[in-house]
Design a protein around this ligand. Structure first.
Ligand SMILES: Cc1cc2nc3c(=O)[nH]c(=O)nc-3n(C[C@H](O)[C@H](O)[C@H](O)COP(=O)(O)OP(=O)(O)OC[C@H]3O[C@@H](n4cnc5c(N)ncnc54)[C@H](O)[C@@H]3O)c2cc1C
Length: 506
């Protein structure tokens, strides 16, 4: 046995392998949440290897993470060139020239136990063409380039919305590193050359660095990126490949100067011939990337298409990335938990990788083991993580499967895919009754699914008969009052750029 100490008692040392977004999120979070246990926390990263360098859009859960590590939102915006994100605008997904918005907020006000969208469907059938988005405050703020903080006590559902942030990924990791080091996390910049496993049960015991040092630990957090140095390579946990559902396998990222005009408080995802392109506005630049399927376009052609679409001067060389959508069969094996790219990857269409790191950390702390690492904790963690990945996969698949870009080989292929069982169950409930099926570990809730269905005009043939308890005339009145209430609230918002200038002192 090569273990450093007996395999019982509390965890004394945690080693995090990797200093990208995942590694430093893990370090700051564990240092805060486990502070009373006083474990030694070490981050080993190699500046020579570097990080993936992308990952600039988030979902509102990031706000809970920042609160948990006691990092103020103004500081994050200031230090990372950050901006506000109220959601994602999808351009050209249904067909060229069409667009819709997926907001972080509710639509309308439910009444008499009936969800708002049934009333909207009823009025639509009666000839009212008002778009669903007119009943969503977050969408209206985004489209007008405004900022308003969500209220802690909204008067009704119209005031329920949230925001996320866009940030420079490298600056965010650097900010987290400073915070972690200030909280006594040890930082080692060296390359790991070898992983030593315990002779008895095969757990990871220590690593050897390129300067000859040996670092031992009780628990290991693998944040080593796509390589998955501990979980994939050392422990041999296989990868579950989901490319048959989500075949995009490459991306090219490049920042550029922003065109003149206000900084938009949303991400744009534009459909392209063999995938889609992101636009993420930061204060000092715009992040762009083309996510594509290598069966349908080669790297050079994809790069030319991306460069031709930039709104301003490129600010760096294009960064070409390859990935396989899917996840490790187990996220936690023996005394190793993988987070971030080392655990799996779902393409960034809904900007969910960072939130998966966060939920993985929350689960891990909730199931925090002793040194012996009860395998039932790992099994619970793994079951929950797989469910979370599968739910997200189904939501992403819906985006592609719903397209109506007939005649384009990539998009025809995506439309022809058979939905997964989980997606089919949701689609059946929606199409037959305008209902949502909620699952444990769903990242995206009813309003997000509604935005997609309505965005693609995939609407049920009928509204719920329960919506008929309100007459068309009364309904027309109350819908018009909702629109007026939203218009009134917009009057209290300020331009996004003015908010940023006030907050970051720019
Ligand atoms: C094209 C693309 C777009 C994305 N967009 C988004 C987005 O908009 N929103 C979002 O939430 N996420 C996005 N992501 C995902 C996001 O980038 C990652 O989840 C996030 O950056 C975390 O990466 P990581 O820390 O797991 O890996 P990395 O950044 O790759 O870090 C790996 C770390 O491991 C270290 N390392 C590796 N091997 C060794 C070794 N032998 N010795 C020592 N250290 C080692 C490296 O030095 C590095 O510090 C995107 C990803 C891609 C590919």
């Amino acid at each position: 046995m090569t273990g450093e100490a007996a395999m019982d008692g509390p965890v004394r040392s945690i080693v995090i392998v990797g200093g990208g977004t995942a590694g430093w999120m893990a370090a700051t979070y564990l240092a805060r949440r486990l502070g009373h246990l006083r474990p030694d926390i070490t981050v080993i990263e190699s500046a020579a290897i570097g990080t993936v360098g992308v990952g600039e859009a988030t979902v509102p859960a990031i706000r809970d993470f920042l609160a948990a590590i006691e990092l103020g939102e103004p500081e994050v915006l200031r230090e990372t060139g950050g901006t506000i994100k109220y959601g994602i605008r999808f351009d050209g997904w249904k067909r060229e020239g069409h667009r819709f918005f997926h907001p972080f907020g509710l639509y309308g006000v439910a009444a008499r136990g009936v969800a708002f969208h049934h009333y909207w469907l009823k009025m639509r059938a009666a000839g009212d063409a008002t778009p669903l988005s007119d009943y969503c405050l977050a969408t209206q703020l985004a489209e007008r380039g405004l900022f308003l903080p969500p209220s802690d006590r909204p008067a009704n559902d119209l005031g329920v919305f949230n925001f996320a942030v866009h940030f420079d990924a490298s600056k965010f990791a650097a900010l987290l590193r400073r915070l972690a080091v200030a909280n006594n996390v040890r930082h080692i910049d060296a390359r790991i050359d070898a992983v030593e496993r315990d002779g008895d049960d095969g757990r990871v015991a220590a690593v050897t660095l390129d300067d000859g040092r040996r670092v031992a630990g009780d628990l290991w957090i693998d944040c080593s990126g796509f390589r998955s140095l501990l979980l994939g390579e050392a422990l041999g946990v296989p990868y579950v490949d989901w490319r048959h559902w989500l075949p995009c396998d490459r991306a090219i990222a490049i920042p550029c100067a922003a065109a003149d005009g206000p900084t938009t408080p949303f991400t744009v995802a534009t459909a392209r011939a063999a995938g889609w392109q992101w636009r993420i506005p930061l204060r000092h630049r715009v992040g762009n990337g083309y996510v594509y399927c290598s069966d349908h376009v080669d790297d050079d052609a994809a790069e030319r298409a991306l460069l031709a679409s930039l709104e301003g001067e490129p600010l760096a060389a294009p960064n070409r990335l390859r990935f396989t959508t899917g996840h490790r069969a187990r996220f936690w094996e023996k005394n190793v938990v993988a987070l971030g790219l080392a655990s799996g990857f779902l393409e960034p269409l809904e900007s969910t990788s960072i939130s998966l790191i966060q939920s993985g950390l929350e689960r891990f702390v909730a199931l925090f083991p002793d040194k012996d690492v009860d395998p039932r904790l790992a099994a619970t963690y793994n079951r929950q993580s797989v469910l979370e990945f599968e739910r997200l996969r189904d939501f992403l698949l819906l985006h592609y499967w719903s397209n109506r870009r007939v005649g384009e080989p990539f998009w025809d292929r995506m439309r022809a895919l058979a939905p997964t069982e989980g997606l089919q169950i949701k689609l059946d409930a929606w199409r037959a009754g305008g209902e949502f099926v909620r699952n444990e570990w769903d990242t995206f809730q009813d309003p997000s699914w509604l935005s997609m269905y309505a965005g693609f005009d995939d609407l049920p043939a009928r509204h719920s008969p329960l919506a008929d308890q309100v007459s068309e005339r009364d309904l027309a009145d109350s819908l018009s009052r909702m629109r007026a209430a939203i218009a009134g609230t917009l009057g209290h918002a300020e331009p996004h750029d003015a908010f940023l200038a006030r907050t970051v002192g720019a």
